[in-house]
Design a protein around this ligand. Structure first.
Ligand code: PSU
Ligand code: MN
Length: 312
Protein backbone atom coordinates (compact mmCIF):
# COMPACT_ATOMS: atom_id res chain seq x y z
CA UNK A 1 0.00 0.00 0.00
CA UNK A 2 1.07 3.54 -0.64
CA UNK A 3 0.99 6.53 1.66
CA UNK A 4 -0.06 9.26 -0.74
CA UNK A 5 0.46 12.64 0.89
CA UNK A 6 -2.36 15.07 0.48
CA UNK A 7 -0.15 17.61 -1.23
CA UNK A 8 2.29 17.41 -4.11
CA UNK A 9 4.60 19.36 -1.86
CA UNK A 10 5.22 16.46 0.52
CA UNK A 11 6.60 13.05 -0.39
CA UNK A 12 7.70 9.97 1.49
CA UNK A 13 10.79 8.02 0.45
CA UNK A 14 10.39 4.43 -0.62
CA UNK A 15 12.19 3.11 2.44
CA UNK A 16 9.98 5.06 4.85
CA UNK A 17 6.87 4.18 2.89
CA UNK A 18 7.74 0.51 3.24
CA UNK A 19 8.61 0.89 6.91
CA UNK A 20 5.24 2.54 7.54
CA UNK A 21 3.45 -0.28 5.73
CA UNK A 22 5.24 -2.86 7.86
CA UNK A 23 4.80 -0.86 11.11
CA UNK A 24 8.56 -0.76 11.59
CA UNK A 25 10.03 1.67 14.14
CA UNK A 26 10.86 5.05 12.59
CA UNK A 27 12.61 8.10 14.06
CA UNK A 28 12.11 11.47 12.38
CA UNK A 29 15.19 13.71 12.42
CA UNK A 30 15.09 17.47 11.98
CA UNK A 31 17.31 19.26 9.47
CA UNK A 32 17.66 22.84 10.71
CA UNK A 33 20.57 21.44 12.68
CA UNK A 34 22.12 20.60 9.29
CA UNK A 35 21.33 23.85 7.49
CA UNK A 36 21.62 26.36 10.34
CA UNK A 37 22.83 24.61 13.49
CA UNK A 38 26.26 23.19 12.72
CA UNK A 39 29.08 24.43 10.50
CA UNK A 40 30.25 22.50 7.43
CA UNK A 41 31.48 19.79 7.15
CA UNK A 42 30.35 18.64 10.61
CA UNK A 43 26.72 19.26 9.62
CA UNK A 44 26.70 16.47 7.04
CA UNK A 45 28.76 13.99 9.06
CA UNK A 46 26.54 14.56 12.09
CA UNK A 47 23.39 13.99 10.00
CA UNK A 48 24.84 10.73 8.68
CA UNK A 49 25.99 9.68 12.14
CA UNK A 50 22.53 10.33 13.59
CA UNK A 51 20.98 8.12 10.93
CA UNK A 52 23.58 5.46 11.65
CA UNK A 53 22.89 5.61 15.39
CA UNK A 54 19.17 5.10 14.78
CA UNK A 55 19.88 2.11 12.54
CA UNK A 56 22.26 0.59 15.10
CA UNK A 57 19.32 0.45 17.50
CA UNK A 58 17.22 -1.38 14.92
CA UNK A 59 15.01 1.57 13.93
CA UNK A 60 14.79 3.48 10.65
CA UNK A 61 15.79 7.15 10.39
CA UNK A 62 13.62 9.57 8.42
CA UNK A 63 15.54 12.81 8.08
CA UNK A 64 13.04 15.40 6.92
CA UNK A 65 13.99 18.39 4.81
CA UNK A 66 12.93 20.54 1.87
CA UNK A 67 14.53 19.81 -1.51
CA UNK A 68 13.75 22.23 -4.33
CA UNK A 69 10.52 23.20 -2.63
CA UNK A 70 9.37 19.66 -1.93
CA UNK A 71 9.31 18.31 1.61
CA UNK A 72 10.92 14.88 1.70
CA UNK A 73 10.11 12.49 4.54
CA UNK A 74 13.25 10.37 4.41
CA UNK A 75 15.98 12.23 2.51
CA UNK A 76 18.15 10.04 0.27
CA UNK A 77 21.94 10.01 0.67
CA UNK A 78 22.40 12.48 -2.17
CA UNK A 79 19.52 14.72 -1.06
CA UNK A 80 21.09 14.90 2.39
CA UNK A 81 24.42 15.92 0.84
CA UNK A 82 22.74 18.53 -1.36
CA UNK A 83 20.86 19.98 1.60
CA UNK A 84 24.02 20.14 3.73
CA UNK A 85 25.81 22.04 0.96
CA UNK A 86 22.93 24.19 -0.31
CA UNK A 87 23.47 27.92 -0.72
CA UNK A 88 21.22 29.99 1.53
CA UNK A 89 18.80 27.27 2.52
CA UNK A 90 15.63 28.46 4.25
CA UNK A 91 14.91 27.68 7.90
CA UNK A 92 11.52 26.04 7.56
CA UNK A 93 8.94 26.15 10.32
CA UNK A 94 5.19 25.90 9.62
CA UNK A 95 5.11 29.47 8.33
CA UNK A 96 7.76 28.73 5.76
CA UNK A 97 6.70 25.53 3.94
CA UNK A 98 4.59 27.32 1.34
CA UNK A 99 7.25 29.95 0.74
CA UNK A 100 9.96 27.33 0.22
CA UNK A 101 7.55 25.45 -2.08
CA UNK A 102 6.67 28.34 -4.37
CA UNK A 103 10.29 29.44 -4.54
CA UNK A 104 11.55 25.86 -5.06
CA UNK A 105 14.14 26.32 -2.33
CA UNK A 106 16.19 24.04 -0.14
CA UNK A 107 15.21 24.19 3.51
CA UNK A 108 16.06 22.70 6.88
CA UNK A 109 12.97 21.88 8.91
CA UNK A 110 12.86 23.01 12.54
CA UNK A 111 11.40 20.85 15.29
CA UNK A 112 7.97 22.36 14.54
CA UNK A 113 8.37 21.86 10.78
CA UNK A 114 9.66 18.33 11.22
CA UNK A 115 6.79 17.44 13.57
CA UNK A 116 4.28 18.84 11.10
CA UNK A 117 5.63 16.73 8.22
CA UNK A 118 6.35 13.61 10.31
CA UNK A 119 2.87 13.59 11.78
CA UNK A 120 1.33 13.70 8.30
CA UNK A 121 3.16 10.44 7.63
CA UNK A 122 2.11 8.82 10.92
CA UNK A 123 5.58 8.93 12.52
CA UNK A 124 5.42 9.26 16.30
CA UNK A 125 8.97 9.92 17.48
CA UNK A 126 11.42 12.69 16.64
CA UNK A 127 14.93 13.39 17.86
CA UNK A 128 16.57 16.79 18.05
CA UNK A 129 19.23 18.66 20.02
CA UNK A 130 17.22 21.38 21.69
CA UNK A 131 13.76 22.76 21.10
CA UNK A 132 13.02 26.43 20.53
CA UNK A 133 11.19 28.35 23.23
CA UNK A 134 10.71 31.77 24.76
CA UNK A 135 13.62 34.10 24.09
CA UNK A 136 15.17 36.18 26.87
CA UNK A 137 15.44 39.62 25.40
CA UNK A 138 12.24 39.80 23.41
CA UNK A 139 9.07 38.54 25.08
CA UNK A 140 7.30 38.05 21.74
CA UNK A 141 9.99 35.86 20.23
CA UNK A 142 8.35 32.55 21.06
CA UNK A 143 9.31 29.60 18.87
CA UNK A 144 6.68 27.86 16.75
CA UNK A 145 8.15 24.70 18.30
CA UNK A 146 6.05 25.40 21.41
CA UNK A 147 2.90 25.74 19.32
CA UNK A 148 3.73 22.47 17.57
CA UNK A 149 4.32 20.72 20.90
CA UNK A 150 0.94 22.00 22.04
CA UNK A 151 -0.94 20.60 19.07
CA UNK A 152 0.90 17.68 17.43
CA UNK A 153 0.74 14.33 19.27
CA UNK A 154 4.31 13.02 19.07
CA UNK A 155 7.21 12.17 21.37
CA UNK A 156 10.04 14.68 21.00
CA UNK A 157 13.45 13.70 22.41
CA UNK A 158 15.80 16.59 23.19
CA UNK A 159 18.45 17.80 25.66
CA UNK A 160 16.17 20.57 26.88
CA UNK A 161 15.56 23.87 25.18
CA UNK A 162 18.24 25.90 23.48
CA UNK A 163 20.51 27.22 26.22
CA UNK A 164 20.11 30.80 25.02
CA UNK A 165 16.43 30.86 25.98
CA UNK A 166 14.44 31.92 29.00
CA UNK A 167 14.07 28.41 30.44
CA UNK A 168 11.58 29.16 33.26
CA UNK A 169 9.30 30.98 30.80
CA UNK A 170 9.63 28.14 28.29
CA UNK A 171 8.60 25.58 30.93
CA UNK A 172 5.64 27.75 31.97
CA UNK A 173 4.48 27.92 28.37
CA UNK A 174 4.73 24.12 28.03
CA UNK A 175 2.64 23.72 31.17
CA UNK A 176 0.01 26.12 29.81
CA UNK A 177 -0.10 24.10 26.60
CA UNK A 178 -0.49 20.71 28.36
CA UNK A 179 2.88 19.30 27.33
CA UNK A 180 4.29 16.84 29.91
CA UNK A 181 8.04 17.33 30.28
CA UNK A 182 9.70 14.01 31.05
CA UNK A 183 13.19 13.87 32.52
CA UNK A 184 14.90 10.71 31.29
CA UNK A 185 16.51 9.33 34.44
CA UNK A 186 16.54 12.80 35.98
CA UNK A 187 14.35 15.17 38.02
CA UNK A 188 16.00 18.18 36.45
CA UNK A 189 15.31 19.93 33.19
CA UNK A 190 18.59 19.74 31.25
CA UNK A 191 20.13 22.96 29.96
CA UNK A 192 21.46 21.68 26.62
CA UNK A 193 25.24 22.19 27.07
CA UNK A 194 24.88 21.58 30.82
CA UNK A 195 23.15 18.67 32.50
CA UNK A 196 21.09 20.63 34.97
CA UNK A 197 19.20 23.92 34.65
CA UNK A 198 18.13 23.91 38.29
CA UNK A 199 14.51 23.65 37.13
CA UNK A 200 12.22 20.66 37.70
CA UNK A 201 10.69 18.46 35.01
CA UNK A 202 7.07 17.27 35.28
CA UNK A 203 8.04 13.66 35.81
CA UNK A 204 11.18 11.52 35.97
CA UNK A 205 11.06 8.29 33.96
CA UNK A 206 13.74 5.60 33.79
CA UNK A 207 12.64 3.39 30.94
CA UNK A 208 11.55 3.92 27.32
CA UNK A 209 8.63 1.54 28.01
CA UNK A 210 7.30 3.89 30.70
CA UNK A 211 7.52 6.85 28.33
CA UNK A 212 5.52 5.05 25.65
CA UNK A 213 2.92 3.97 28.20
CA UNK A 214 2.53 7.57 29.35
CA UNK A 215 2.19 8.79 25.76
CA UNK A 216 -0.46 6.21 24.92
CA UNK A 217 -2.38 7.07 28.07
CA UNK A 218 -2.14 10.79 27.29
CA UNK A 219 -3.42 10.39 23.74
CA UNK A 220 -6.05 7.79 24.63
CA UNK A 221 -7.59 10.41 26.90
CA UNK A 222 -8.09 12.58 23.85
CA UNK A 223 -5.25 15.00 24.52
CA UNK A 224 -3.47 16.10 21.36
CA UNK A 225 -0.32 17.62 22.79
CA UNK A 226 3.17 16.19 22.44
CA UNK A 227 5.31 14.70 25.19
CA UNK A 228 8.73 16.24 25.58
CA UNK A 229 11.45 13.81 26.63
CA UNK A 230 14.53 15.56 27.96
CA UNK A 231 17.85 13.77 28.29
CA UNK A 232 20.95 15.45 29.75
CA UNK A 233 24.12 15.53 27.63
CA UNK A 234 26.59 12.74 28.62
CA UNK A 235 28.69 13.94 31.60
CA UNK A 236 31.99 13.67 29.74
CA UNK A 237 30.84 16.26 27.18
CA UNK A 238 29.07 18.66 29.51
CA UNK A 239 30.10 22.32 29.80
CA UNK A 240 29.37 23.52 33.36
CA UNK A 241 26.48 25.96 33.68
CA UNK A 242 28.34 28.94 35.20
CA UNK A 243 30.82 28.88 32.32
CA UNK A 244 28.05 28.51 29.77
CA UNK A 245 25.92 31.30 31.30
CA UNK A 246 28.78 33.77 30.98
CA UNK A 247 29.45 32.73 27.38
CA UNK A 248 25.79 32.98 26.40
CA UNK A 249 25.53 36.41 27.96
CA UNK A 250 28.51 37.64 26.00
CA UNK A 251 27.10 36.29 22.74
CA UNK A 252 23.62 37.70 23.47
CA UNK A 253 25.02 41.17 24.15
CA UNK A 254 26.79 41.11 20.81
CA UNK A 255 23.57 40.07 19.04
CA UNK A 256 21.65 42.95 20.61
CA UNK A 257 24.38 45.39 19.66
CA UNK A 258 24.30 44.15 16.08
CA UNK A 259 20.49 44.21 15.91
CA UNK A 260 20.20 40.50 15.15
CA UNK A 261 16.76 39.04 15.78
CA UNK A 262 14.06 36.62 14.56
CA UNK A 263 15.16 33.51 12.73
CA UNK A 264 18.72 34.77 12.46
CA UNK A 265 19.26 34.90 16.20
CA UNK A 266 19.89 31.22 16.98
CA UNK A 267 22.39 30.57 14.16
CA UNK A 268 24.26 33.77 15.12
CA UNK A 269 24.42 32.88 18.81
CA UNK A 270 25.51 29.31 18.13
CA UNK A 271 28.36 30.52 15.96
CA UNK A 272 29.47 33.02 18.59
CA UNK A 273 29.28 30.43 21.37
CA UNK A 274 31.33 28.01 19.30
CA UNK A 275 34.02 30.67 18.86
CA UNK A 276 33.99 31.67 22.52
CA UNK A 277 34.36 28.05 23.69
CA UNK A 278 37.02 27.24 21.08
CA UNK A 279 34.85 24.59 19.47
CA UNK A 280 33.93 22.80 22.69
CA UNK A 281 30.26 23.71 22.36
CA UNK A 282 30.21 22.03 18.96
CA UNK A 283 31.48 18.76 20.46
CA UNK A 284 28.87 19.00 23.20
CA UNK A 285 26.16 19.66 20.63
CA UNK A 286 27.17 16.64 18.53
CA UNK A 287 27.38 14.37 21.58
CA UNK A 288 23.89 15.23 22.80
CA UNK A 289 22.39 14.91 19.32
CA UNK A 290 23.71 11.36 18.94
CA UNK A 291 22.62 10.46 22.45
CA UNK A 292 19.11 11.72 21.70
CA UNK A 293 18.93 9.80 18.41
CA UNK A 294 19.75 6.63 20.36
CA UNK A 295 17.05 7.16 22.98
CA UNK A 296 14.49 8.13 20.32
CA UNK A 297 15.22 4.87 18.49
CA UNK A 298 14.70 2.86 21.69
CA UNK A 299 11.34 4.59 22.18
CA UNK A 300 10.37 4.04 18.52
CA UNK A 301 11.21 0.36 18.86
CA UNK A 302 8.49 0.01 21.46
CA UNK A 303 6.00 1.89 19.27
CA UNK A 304 7.04 -0.33 16.39
CA UNK A 305 5.34 -3.25 18.06
CA UNK A 306 2.04 -1.41 17.94
CA UNK A 307 -0.19 -0.54 15.05
CA UNK A 308 0.61 2.73 13.28
CA UNK A 309 -2.04 5.41 13.31
CA UNK A 310 -2.24 6.89 9.85
CA UNK A 311 -3.14 10.51 9.52
CA UNK A 312 -2.97 10.81 5.79
N1 PSU B 1 18.70 24.12 19.05
C1 PSU B 1 19.98 24.35 18.73
N2 PSU B 1 20.25 24.70 17.45
C2 PSU B 1 19.30 24.85 16.52
C3 PSU B 1 17.95 24.61 16.87
C4 PSU B 1 17.71 24.24 18.15
O1 PSU B 1 20.87 24.26 19.57
O2 PSU B 1 19.61 25.19 15.37
C5 PSU B 1 16.87 24.77 15.84
C6 PSU B 1 15.82 23.65 15.95
O3 PSU B 1 15.56 23.17 14.65
C7 PSU B 1 14.62 24.37 16.51
C8 PSU B 1 14.77 25.75 15.93
O4 PSU B 1 13.41 23.75 16.14
O5 PSU B 1 16.17 25.99 16.05
C9 PSU B 1 13.94 26.79 16.62
O6 PSU B 1 14.11 28.01 15.97
P1 PSU B 1 13.20 29.27 16.35
O7 PSU B 1 13.59 29.66 17.76
O8 PSU B 1 13.55 30.32 15.33
O9 PSU B 1 11.78 28.80 16.24
MN1 MN C 1 12.10 32.84 17.09
Amino acid sequence: MNFPLSSINFSISQEINQALNQSLPIVALESTVITHGLPRPQNLSLAQDMEHTVREQGAIPATIGVVKGKTRIGLSTSELEDLANATNPRKVSQRDFSIAAVKAEYGGTTVAGTMFAAHKAGIKVIATGGIGGVHKESAFDISTDLQALASIPMIVVCAGAKAILDLPATLEYLETMAVPVIGFQTDNFPAFYSRNSGLAVTINMDKPEDIVELAQTHWNMGLRSALLVTQPVPSADEIPKPEMDATIEKASKKAIKMGIRGQELTPFLLEQINKLTNGRSLQTNISLLLNNAKLAAKIANIFGMEKQVRNI
